[in-house]
Design a protein around this ligand. Structure first.
Ligand code: NAP
Length: 365
């Protein structure tokens, strides 16, 4: 893994010399040399290999970048740490048509690049790196990056998002954005009049299947057992929908591709053991999400699914000075615009906290 640093003198030259690079989506991302000054003087406070920050934002999806824009405009000099997928989930989608302000739509990667530029314009600093663990037991908080780097910060905004789970079958990963999707709200519109499959048997699968019938000619739910996991009401709603058909007790084996799209899903009938291909123009994988909270190792309170608990109506977590926004604390809405909104909330909550002007008691009621 390579890293580049915004202004850290000890970043190795090889990393700094990478210059402009193409990210996974073909978009040009500026590295340190181009986007920021390299001088140590312009860094945050640096002490013996440690960097102290007022606020660090972890994650660069819509929530993290919105928080960074607000914090930077408020002169809070945020350090934003970008993980393995800069820009977050939107960089894996194509056109975004429901983000306000873009009447003609905007490509997901482009939207994220613009948000990043906006944050940089006001002075947000970016650092590439993988935070493997944190120490939130005392202030300043410590973030451990890679093997030997520690970043210290007075406050922390966690916006590490959630990752859609994938089936892990052949043909799936390479077809994302090319006939395989994990978000009906994002991509359903592109399948008007088409035949679609939804894989999964939980509430998400029922919801996605129902939603997709607005566009598709037929939606077939493929589930690996003969019993659905979804709640009764969601099942009933799906079963009442005439456009939805069922392939229960079928194990997905492979996404069959054709040209730049999808031709169908190879499955095994668990009753007979026979394999067959269910033809379809698109496959929506709806087998749940996993919030990216493992690195917290239980230091911030989460719910039973691992989503960070926040005080309702705020972004305050169980740890004073730690805030959470975006999908890492939201299993209900999961939209770019709601993530961005909660990023704004986190920035304002953090600012008030650092100013000592917060009007609330910390903690859950
Ligand atoms: P979920 O309840 O965990 O269901 C995941 C489904 O995917 C299960 O049916 C599971 O099969 C299947 N699955 C998992 N891994 C698989 C694999 N490798 N191959 C094939 N199938 C696989 O996840 P969810 O539906 O996303 O729901 C998560 C939570 O959010 C739930 O509490 C749910 O109630 C809530 N939610 C609520 C709403 C709503 O109320 N509107 C909407 C969405 C989600 P098995 O059943 O065999 O394990």
């Amino acid at each position: 893994m390579w890293v580049h640093f915004n202004c850290m003198g000890w970043a190795d030259d090889a990393a700094l010399n990478l210059g402009a690079r193409q990210n996974g989506n073909g978009l040009r991302t500026l590295t340190t040399r181009e986007s920021h000054s390299e001088s140590r003087e312009e860094c945050q406070i640096e002490t013996g290999g440690y960097v102290m920050n007022k606020v660090v934002v972890l994650g660069t999806g819509p929530s993290g970048l919105t928080a960074a824009i607000y914090l930077a405009r408020a002169n809070m000099e945020p350090l934003v740490i970008e993980g393995a997928q800069p820009g977050g989930q939107l960089t894996t989608t194509t056109e975004v048509e429901n983000f306000p302000g873009f009447p003609e739509g905007v490509m997901g990667p482009e939207l994220m690049d613009k948000m990043r530029q906006q944050a940089e314009r006001f002075g947000a600093k970016f650092q590439r790196g993988w935070v493997s663990k944190v120490d939130l037991s005392s202030r300043p908080f410590k973030l451990f990056i890679g093997d030997n780097e520690v970043v210290e910060t007075e406050t922390l905004i966690i916006s590490t998002g959630a990752s859609a789970k994938l089936l892990g079958i052949p043909g799936e990963k390479e077809s994302i954005g090319l006939g395989v999707s994990t978000c009906a709200t994002c991509d359903g519109f592109f399948f008007r009049g088409k035949k679609l499959l939804v894989v999964g048997g939980g509430d998400s699968a029922m919801e996605e299947a129902n939603f997709l019938t607005r566009f598709a000619s037929e939606v077939k739910v493929v589930h690996r057992r003969d019993q659905l996991r979804a709640s009764k009401i969601m099942q009933e709603r799906a079963r009442a929908n005439e456009k939805i058909t069922w392939a229960l007790d079928y194990t997905p084996l492979e996404v069959i591709r054709e040209g730049q799209g999808v031709k169908g899903l190879k499955v095994r009938n668990n009753q007979t053991g026979e394999e067959e291909v269910i033809e379809a123009d698109g496959v929506f994988v709806a087998i749940g999400h996993k919030p990216n909270t493992d690195f917290l190792e239980g230091q911030v309170e989460t719910d039973e699914l691992g989503y960070i608990r926040v005080v309702p109506g705020s972004t305050r977590t169980s740890v004073p000075g730690v805030f959470a926004c975006g999908d890492v604390q939201d299993k209900t809405y999961r939209q770019a615009i709601t993530a961005a909104g909660s990023g704004c909330m986190a920035a304002l909550d953090c600012e008030r906290y650092l100013e000592g002007s917060a009007t609330h008691e910390w903690g859950f009621k």
